[in-house]
Design a protein around this ligand. Structure first.
Ligand code: FES
Length: 162
């Protein structure tokens, strides 16, 4: 993840602004670009975007908080989303969630590991109820998860962690 405000990253954001024009219609594509670069929407960059697009900070924050695709919190390199919707819950999503949290070393109340490698979240339905219990890791879906199966998937990911 680049340092906030690094010139090359701001240039990428400026390019998107130039492409869409500095008006309100550019806001969502620009925020998508910011999120792609930083994996969340840093406060300093939101202020920058507001100024660049000639919008009030309140407007930018309003959009940033409205859409679930945007996050105002820093996330880990790998984002693990565990479904806790009804179908997944009755098929054992809680033990799967607990196994994931234990494996990556999250303590109560934490969503992101201290080394910023993993963020673990719960969602209400991934739209894959036939695969319950389902987990999405970095946009890849894993179905019929068990604590053992998800542990193997995480072992593979952890091998990549530097
Ligand atoms: S309830 Fe889990 S995918 Fe729908």
């Amino acid at each position: 993840m680049p340092p906030i405000g690094e010139t090359s990253e701001l240039e990428r954001i400026n390019q998107v602004i130039a492409e869409y024009g500095n008006n309100q219609s550019a806001l969502i594509p620009v925020l998508q670009q910011v999120q792609e670069v930083y994996h969340y929407l840093p406060e300093e960059i939101l202020t920058y975007v507001a100024t660049a697009l000639n919008l009030s900070p309140a407007t930018v924050y309003g959009v940033a908080t409205f859409y679930a695709q945007f996050s105002l919190e820093a996330k880990g390199k790998h984002v693990v989303r565990v479904c806790d919707g009804t179908a997944c819950h009755v098929r054992g999503s809680t033990p799967v969630l607990n196994a994931i949290r234990k494996k990556v070393g999250l303590t109560a109340g934490m969503k992101t590991t201290g080394d910023r490698q993993f963020t673990v979240e719960t969602v209400s339905c991934l739209g894959a109820c036939g695969l319950a219990p389902a987990v999405v890791i970095d946009d890849r879906i894993y179905g019929q998860m068990t604590p053992e199966a998800v542990s193997i998937v995480l072992d593979e990911l952890m091998k990549e962690v530097d």
